[in-house]
Design a protein around this ligand. Structure first.
Ligand SMILES: O=P(O)(O)OC[C@H]1O[C@H](OP(=O)(O)OP(=O)(O)O)[C@H](O)[C@@H]1O
Ligand SMILES: [Mg+2]
Length: 180
């Protein structure tokens, strides 16, 4: 039913799980002697965060922030709104921000500045998907799952107008769905 709106499957369920295993092992090695705070950026990062945290073998804590800037559009409004803040203080903590996608970079540059201002000890970024062609600000993630082309992608947490987050894979949305 949902698949009729998908132009092409870019990353399968199996490819996602294999990559997440790899990323989890890298973070386990890098944070061996630390107690990182994983900050999931809602709503898109929810499935990735859930799968990734199970693959990290360290004394970590988790928290979530809900920020949004796309609304029902396929381009960023440029204005990042905090819908829900963290419950945990980031002061003196090793923070790992967990994102589903970096496109313009506006969401993450806002969060990095905010956590610096709040005196985090270190800040790293992990993103499942990176779309370098969309960048409006200079921002480089520390860990990346896959680069994606200049197309609007959905699934595995990523939405168009709040739909398609429940697809188990990453696919390119047909243009006919959002351009009339
Ligand atoms: O690099 P950017 O251009 O800022 O785009 C990336 C951000 O946009 C999406 O979130 P959105 O604002 O759509 O909220 P959502 O996660 O609830 O869908 C996505 O989940 C990232 O958080
Ligand atoms: Mg969205």
């Amino acid at each position: 039913m949902l698949q009729k709106d998908i132009e092409e499957i870019l990353i399968s369920e199996e490819q996602l799980q294999e990559k997440i295993l790899e990323l989890g092992a890298q973070i386990t090695a890098d944070y061996d002697d630390k107690f990182p705070l994983l900050v999931g950026v809602l709503k898109g990062a929810m499935p990735f965060m859930a799968d990734l945290m199970k693959r990290i073998d360290a004394y970590l804590e988790i928290d979530f922030m809900d920020v949004t800037s796309y609304g029902n559009a396929t381009v960023s409004s440029g204005e990042v709104k905090i819908v829900k803040d963290l419950n945990t203080s980031v002061e003196g903590r090793d923070i790992i921000i967990v994102e589903d996608i970096i496109d313009s970079g506006l969401t993450l540059s806002y969060l990095v500045d905010l956590f610096k201002y709040r005196k985090a000890k270190s800040i790293r970024i992990i993103t499942l998907l990176d779309k370098p062609s969309g960048r409006k600000v200079d921002l480089k993630p520390d860990y990346v799952g896959f680069d994606v082309p200049d197309a609007f992608v959905v699934g595995y947490g990523l939405d168009y107008a709040e739909r398609y987050r429940n697809l188990p894979y990453i696919g390119v949305l047909k243009k006919s769905v959002y351009s009339f």
